[in-house]
Design a binder for this molecule. Structure first.
Ligand code: CS2
Length: 504
C-alpha cells in the first residue's frame, strides 16, 4: 500500500475524519516567534494558535526557532511545517493537522535571520519552551558565569542563547523606533516570565542602561500556567499513525484531550493575542495557578516517575494503578494541597481527581523516565519549595520528604540500563556522590544550589529525610515496602528527639 506524505498539497487528499486547517495558510503572516519547538509546544501553544487562525486571525503565524539542533526542522520542513496532533482518550483518537507553524529556523546556522524575524514590526509576541536550563537563572539572578552568557556578552550581535537573542532583537527594535514584542514563557517554572524578565534585564543592563530601562518600561512579560501531557513520540507512533490515518507524518504528536493555558493580563493597549477565544484564561493572578499545577501535576509526575520506575514499571498508567504507589501519590497530593492558597474558580479536590484520571490513561504511554528526568532543575519547584511551605505552615509532609529522599536512591541507580536523563546530575557526579553517602545522602544534601542551607539545617527535615532514606536503603529490592507512613503524622517542625540542633 502506498501512503501520501503530509504536505500542503496533500491536505485535500486526507480522509474526512482528519481535521485540517480551515484557513488559507498563504494569507497568514508571522506574528509570533517561538524559541524551542519542543513536542510540548507543538501539542499545546501551537494548537491554541491554530484555533485562533481557524477563527479568522491572519497575523499570528508562528516562526519556530530551534537554537541548536536541527531534528525538528529536518522533520517538518519537507511537510511544509505541518504536523499532526493525535488526541487520545477512552472516546477514541482524533487526528488534527496543525497549520500554525509557518516556518522553522535553526538559530545556530542562521542567527541573523532569527534576529530579523524577531525585530520585524509584524512580530508581536516571542514565546519560549526551553526548559529551566534556558533561563540561565542562578540564585535569583542571571548566571553571568555561564559559558553561553559570557560568549553572548562578548559578541552580542551574533547571540546563541535565549536571553542573548531576546535582548539583541529588542535593542534592534528600540534603535529602529519599533514598539517591542511581548515575551511569554511557556515553561513549567514558577513565575516563568517574571524570571525571564529578571535575566533579560540583568543582561540588557550590561549593554546599556537605556536599553535596560526601555525593556523594563515597555515590554510585557506575562507569566503563564501551561498544561498538557505530551509523551515522547516513538518510532512505533510514527508507524501506527501511518497505518491508522493513511498518510505519513515524520513526527506526529500523541497527546491527551485535556489542555489548559492561563496567561497573566497584559496592558490593554498592547497588541496581544486574545487567547481566551481558544479557551485560555487571562487573569490578574497567574501565580496561584502555576503553583497549583507545578506542585500537584509536575510534582506528582516526578514522584511517580522515580518511584514507579524504581518499582520496575515503565509507564505512568502502570505505576499509578499499583495500589501502594497510588495511595502514596494521593497522600502526597494532599500534603501538597495544604501548601497552596485557594485558587479562584478551582475545586482542588476535583482538580486532583482529574490528574489521577489523566495519569491512569493507558492511551498515553507516558514513560516514567520522562517524568523523572532533569531532577537537578526540578527538585526545588516540585518538592523542596512545597516542603519549605509545609514547614512554615506546620502541615504534614512525610510523603513530600519521602519523594525528596527517593531522588537520592534514583541517582544511585544511574548507570548502564538506567538512564536518569539528567545531564546536570551526571556532569556533577551526583550519582557517585549519592552512592558514596549511603543512607544519609549527606553529599547531595550539602549541595546548596539544590537544597539551600535552610532545609538541611532543619532538625525536622533532617530526621525525616534520614528516616525515609534509611527505609529505602533497607528495601533495596522493593522500594514499595519503604512506603510506610503513620496514620496521624506529626505536624512539620515538631522537634525530633535525639537530633542535634543545627550549627548556629
Ligand atoms: C512533566 C511535564 O517533564 C515534566 O516535568 O511533568 O512535561 C508535564 O507532562 C507537563 O507539564 C504537563 O503539562
Amino acid at each position: 500500500m502506498t501512503f501520501v506524505n503530509l504536505t500542503q498539497n496533500s491536505l485535500s487528499s486526507l480522509s474526512d475524519n482528519i481535521t485540517v486547517p480551515g484557513y488559507d495558510r498563504n494569507r497568514v503572516t508571522t506574528g509570533i516567534v517561538h524559541i524551542g519547538p519542543s513536542a510540548f509546544f507543538r501539542g499545546h501553544l501551537a494548537v491554541y494558535v491554530d484555533d485562533l487562525l481557524n477563527q479568522g486571525a491572519t497575523d499570528l503565524g508562528i516562526c519556530a526557532v530551534s537554537l541548536k539542533t536541527n531534528n525538528v526542522s529536518n522533520a517538518l520542513k519537507s511537510q511544509d511545517c505541518l504536523y499532526t496532533v493525535v488526541e487520545q482518550s477512552a472516546q477514541g483518537k482524533q487526528a488534527r493537522v496543525i497549520g500554525s507553524v509557518k516556518e522553522i529556523i535553526v538559530a545556530r546556522d542562521n542567527p541573523q535571520v532569527v534576529l530579523q524575524k524577531m525585530a520585524s514590526p509584524e512580530t508581536k509576541l516571542v514565546t519560549m519552551t526551553v526548559t529551566q536550563g534556558g533561563y540561565y537563572y542562578k540564585n535569583g539572578n542571571l548566571d553571568f558565569d555561564h559559558e553561553d552568557i559570557k560568549a553572548d556578552l562578548t559578541k552580542a550581535d551574533e547571540p546563541s542563547s535565549t536571553v542573548g537573542f531576546i535582548v539583541k532583537a529588542l535593542e534592534m527594535r528600540m534603535q529602529a523606533g519599533i514598539k517591542p514584542f511581548a515575551v511569554m514563557s511557556c515553561d513549567n517554572l514558577p513565575n516563568n516570565s517574571f524570571v525571564l524578565r529578571n535575566v533579560v534585564l540583568a543582561y540588557a543592563a550590561q549593554k546599556s542602561p537605556e536599553l535596560r530601562d526601555w525593556i523594563a518600561n515597555e515590554v510585557p512579560f506575562p507569566s503563564t500556567m501551561v498544561d498538557r501531557i505530551v509523551p515522547k513520540t516513538t518510532p512505533e507512533n510514527v508507524d501506527q499513525h501511518k497505518q491508522e490515518f493513511g498518510y505519513g507524518d515524520a513526527w506526529p504528536i500523541y497527546t491527551e484531550s485535556f489542555r489548559q493555558l492561563v496567561i497573566e493580563n497584559v496592558p490593554a493597549e498592547f497588541p496581544f493575542p486574545d487567547f481566551s477565544k481558544a479557551g485560555a484564561l487571562h487573569t490578574e493572578d497567574v501565580g496561584v495557578f502555576e503553583l497549583m499545577k507545578i506542585r500537584l501535576l509536575n510534582g506528582t509526575h516526578m514522584a511517580l516517575g522515580m518511584i514507579g520506575r524504581m518499582a520496575g514499571y515503565t509507564y505512568s498508567h502502570e505505576a499509578i494503578r499499583d495500589p501502594a504507589i497510588r495511595s502514596f501519590i494521593k497522600g502526597m497530593m494532599d500534603e501538597m494541597t495544604q501548601t497552596l492558597n485557594p485558587v479562584k474558580g478551582v475545586d482542588l479536590e476535583a482538580y486532583k481527581a482529574t490528574i489521577i484520571t489523566r495519569l491512569e490513561s493507558e492511551y498515553m504511554k507516558d514513560e516514567l523516565a520522562r517524568l523523572a528526568r532533569n531532577g537537578v532543575d526540578k527538585m526545588d519547584s516540585r518538592f523542596l519549595s512545597p516542603l519549605r511551605d509545609a514547614l512554615s505552615r506546620q502541615t504534614p509532609c512525610e510523603r513530600l520528604v519521602f519523594a525528596a529522599a527517593s531522588w537520592i536512591e534514583y541517582l544511585k541507580r544511574a548507570g548502564p540500563g538506567f538512564d536518569i536523563q539528567d545531564e546536570k546530575a551526571v556532569n556533577g557526579a551526583l550519582p557517585e556522590k549519592a552512592r558514596a553517602s549511603g543512607s544519609t545522602g549527606s553529599a547531595i544534601l550539602a549541595n546548596k544550589d539544590i537544597f539551600g542551607s535552610d532545609l538541611p539545617s532543619s532538625r525536622f527535615f533532617q530526621a525525616k529525610f534520614k528516616g525515609c532514606l534509611t527505609r529505602i536503603c533497607n528495601h533495596p529490592d522493593n522500594i514499595l515496602e519503604a512506603l510506610q507512613f503513620p496514620d496521624n503524622p506529626e505536624p512539620a517542625n515538631t522537634p525530633v528527639p535525639g537530633v542535634p540542633a543545627p550549627a548556629p
